[in-house]
Every structure is written in structure tokens, then in C-alpha cells.
Design a protein around this ligand. Sequence first.
Ligand SMILES: [Zn+2]
Length: 153
Amino acid sequence: MSPERLSIPSYAMALAHVASLRSEDPYRKVGAAALDHDNRVIGTAYNGLAPGFNPPPGFWDDRDKRQKFMLHAEVNLCSLFRRGEARTVACTTMPCTACMQMLCAYGIREIYYRDVYHTSDAPEIAALYGVKLVRITDFPAVDRESPDSQVEG
Ligand SMILES: [Zn+2]
């Protein structure tokens, strides 16, 4: 394998990162990507409100009050496939306990995350069910300050 070639985990995380850029949550933008058993992309998702819902003015001002309404990126991601179809998921933040449970129910075997989420029980759940849960920080992120910096040759 060429040393310049992007690994599958880094590839998935780059996709998750790009998806997170679409989140309208001003405090925590989370993205996720799912790959199938041949490492083909099933889809990407990000945290947000239910499809078609237009929040009233001031909705985003109070983080605690709106938190329960936010659909996590993993929830939106799992709406894109059936159980057993996806093998690998990348999330920009470690899945919360509920999302980790859901990913296990969907038969996900490998989960990569970038940011640690300390209150999540994901590591314990992954260990019990034999799911690979690995932190990935090495991936090509979109650099909005200097869009030409990635251009080679
Ligand atoms: Zn979650």
C-alpha cells in the first residue's frame, strides 16, 4: 500500500468531519459516516433537528433546554441503513451511551471517534460486545482558512 494512501479509518473520519460542518448546532457539531462490508460509503449524517422542523426564534440560545430535541449524528446515520448492512462507523465525537447501544444493535463492528466524551459508557459497552472502538486524530480535515494548502502538483 502506498504510504500516501489514506487508511479506511482516516477516510471515514474525514467524511464524518465534513458532515459535521453541516450541523446547525452552535455548540457541538458532530458528524458521522458509515461504510459497508466492502468499505463503500453508505452515507453521512450530523446532529440536528428532525427533518423539516424549523426552530422558533431563540431556540439555539439555551443549550440545556434544546439538548433533548437534538437528534444525534449516529441516530440520523442509522436511519440510512438496515441492521447488518454497515460494518464501520466514524464519529467526530465518541458515541454517547445511548448511541453506542444503538450502534451495537445495528451490528456495527468498528467504530472510530476523534473527540473523547468522558461521560460516555461507550468503551465499556464496546469491550463487552467485542466491538472495536478506536480514537482517530490523524485525518485530512478541511482547512477553511487556506483552501489552497492541500493542493499538490
Ligand atoms: Zn448520542
